[in-house]
Design a protein around this ligand. Structure first.
Ligand SMILES: NC(=O)c1ccc[n+]([C@@H]2O[C@H](COP(=O)([O-])OP(=O)(O)OC[C@H]3O[C@@H](n4cnc5c(N)ncnc54)[C@H](OP(=O)(O)O)[C@@H]3O)[C@@H](O)[C@H]2O)c1
Length: 360
């Protein structure tokens, strides 16, 4: 894991912030703001108002967040922000401490260590969220580790197990296996007794994914990823001709027809990401003959009730697996919030393996 230290000249960043906003005034906070749609350099550190929790909400003092592809899309102006989320502060996951309680909140006490998904606003010192969309941090995780969990593990479990019905003994094909979601999926599959096959565009990432538990890895289109992204024949061969029970597809585009061809009878394709594009031509006859099912999923725009369900799953299903050591976040690097622009450029480079965490 690579840790980038914040650069401080003279005053600490906290003190510089207090000087800027003025001691004793209504507290503000530091946040990374998308100043206009564009490249990483449109992300600027600004002083903004600290959000007040409404009834039923809490304010969390964020200690760490993490970068997601959706943040990059939002920064470029290609991801509409839900109406109830901060419009210009990106960030979808947090780990921190309860700092203030809105009216009627009884589940949490000040100082409780929490983590979870948020609709936006995580690249900031604090965020106000519904109290029941948070989960208690496992005691054995620190804030950096906990911030690397929610998007990757909740997305992977929800897609693969809750929706895809992955069970012990099944085989799941995980695309972009070195991604945050991919590294989580491999561990979840192993934890529930399923086997996984991973795809990545480099052998180096497949080698690292083997350490996490994939039974085999495939570079689509051949060793150097030069040809069209073919992998169905290899998946069939690796499964004795049967095919995979579930495909967790984080890539989309030309991976989709191949993924369908790689599925077993009654197999399920769960489309989670569109890194390779939003269009594909598929053989619909294959869906009929093999009785396949295709799901699309997204976490961010779900209604409150479903976000509360996701937090319950994090609390009651995933947290015990972190506490027992069956799951552990895969962290590529840790960078201070001030370096959010560099963090975005790094994620876009596709060089990473696992999560990029931002500290505050
Ligand atoms: N639906 C949801 O709610 C939800 C939630 C979370 C994430 N997602 C989506 O899931 C995907 C993965 O997210 P993440 O944060 O885990 O990603 P990540 O950690 O940033 O990793 C993405 C990896 O995908 C591979 N990749 C990138 N472009 C590709 C392409 N054109 N073809 C094949 N592989 C490509 C790269 O690895 P290699 O090149 O080395 O293979 C890259 O390192 C994203 O599309 C994201 O938007 C969706």
């Amino acid at each position: 894991m690579h840790v980038v230290k914040p650069q401080t000249v003279g005053l600490s960043s906290a003190l510089r912030w207090r000087v800027r906003v003025g001691l004793g005034k209504t507290p503000g906070m530091r946040a990374i703001v998308i100043t206009k749609p564009g490249g990483p350099d449109v992300l600027q550190l600004r002083d903004v108002a600290r959000p007040e929790p409404s009834p039923g909400q809490v304010r969390v003092r964020i200690r760490a967040s993490a970068v997601n592809r959706a943040d990059l899309l939002q920064r470029a102006g290609n991801y509409p922000v839900p109406a109830d989320a901060p419009q210009d502060i990106p960030g979808l996951e947090i780990a921190g401490e309860i700092e203030a309680l809105g009216a009627g909140v009884t589940e949490w006490a000040l100082g409780d260590r929490v983590f979870g998904l948020v609709g936006g606003g995580a690249y900031a010192e604090a965020v106000a969220v519904h109290a029941r969309t948070l989960a208690r941090m496992p005691a054995n995780l620190d804030f950096v580790q906990a911030a690397a969990v929610p998007e990757a593990f909740v997305t992977a479990y929800d897609a693969m197990v809750t929706q895809g019905g992955l069970a012990a003994g099944d085989v799941v094909l995980v695309h972009a296996v070195g991604s945050g979601v991919g590294t989580a999926a491999v561990q979840i599959a192993r934890a529930i007794g399923a086997r996984s096959i991973g795809t990545a565009r480099t052998q180096a990432k497949l080698g690292r994914a083997k350490e996490l538990g994939i039974m085999a890895g495939v570079v689509p289109g051949g060793q150097a990823h030069h040809g069209p992204p073919l992998f169905a024949d290899e998946v069939k061969a690796l499964t004795g001709g049967r095919g995979a029970d579930v495909v967790l597809d984080l890539v989309g585009g030309p991976y989709v027809p191949e993924s369908l061809a790689a599925l077993a009878v009654k197999g399920r394709l769960i489309l989670v990401g569109l890194l390779a594009g939003a269009r594909a031509e598929v053989d619909l006859g294959l869906l009929l003959r093999r009785r396949l099912r295709v799901f699309g999923t997204v976490m961010r725009s779900r209604p409150l009730e479903e976000k509360i369900s996701a937090a319950c799953m994090l609390d009651h299903v995933l947290s015990p697996l972190f506490a027992s050591g069956s799951l552990a976040p895969t962290i590529d690097r840790v960078m201070p919030l001030e370096q959010a622009a560099e963090a975005h450029a790094y994620v876009a480079s596709n060089e990473g393996f696992g999560k990029v965490v931002l500290t505050l």
